[in-house]
Design a protein around this ligand. Sequence first.
Ligand code: ADP
Ligand code: MG
Length: 230
Amino acid sequence: MKEYIVETRSLKKYYQMGENTVKALDGVDFCVKDQEFVAIIGKSGSGKSTLLHMLGGLDVPTEGEVLVEGKCLLGLKKEQLAIFRRRKIGFIFQNYNLIESLTIKNNILFSLRLNKVDQQTQLEKLNELTKMLNIEEIIDKYPSQCSGGQQQRVALARALASKPAIIFADEPTGNLDAKSSKEVVDLLKIAQRKYHETVILVTHDQEIASIADRVITIEDGKIIQDTNHI
Ligand code: ADP
Ligand code: MG
């Protein structure tokens, strides 16, 4: 096992907006250890989502590198990158991103089916995750019939189902009330410990960030504080 599961080197992402260059990321260097729970905190527009997109291979940097398990993402071909995302990465978004036309059960099992996991294993996984996340009662419903907190717990189940190496969560509590927010992050922490996941969670909320082992603060596309280096 490599010492670091995620590494960035002088990571930059610039957007050209007419005459202006928006420096969404302006030289970001950090390393995340396997099974670490890291929160990235910063104001709106500080570059948090851009950073997660680069780390998860959803977008390419202007300059610099992202390494996952020691492998440089820029070196991967399109299909390799798609496989990397499917096998290694779980994403959780602010707006849940569930497939509206599928039941909760089929949303959770979606990636297992793509990966041709056998029926028995699928059902065992479904039972285990829905029990842990307290969503057993809603598996035959559709996303629009569920509350925000329930939908985000489903998104968490879906992310966990394929046993990714890393879970990226972008403002997962952004649309939730305080009680549901606490439930979701507590469950994320429980799941992270139970399944030995690495989690990188983006938030603008200090209280949500406080459940992480380590908090990195980002401002104007740069890391300005890292609790690892105090
Ligand atoms: P955060 O997630 O912290 O709110 P973002 O990463 O979404 O911040 O954005 C960082 C900066 O980059 C902002 O100034 C934003 O307007 C800009 N930005 C993000 N995506 C784009 C894009 N596709 N085109 C132009 N500018 C962008
Ligand atoms: Mg964002």
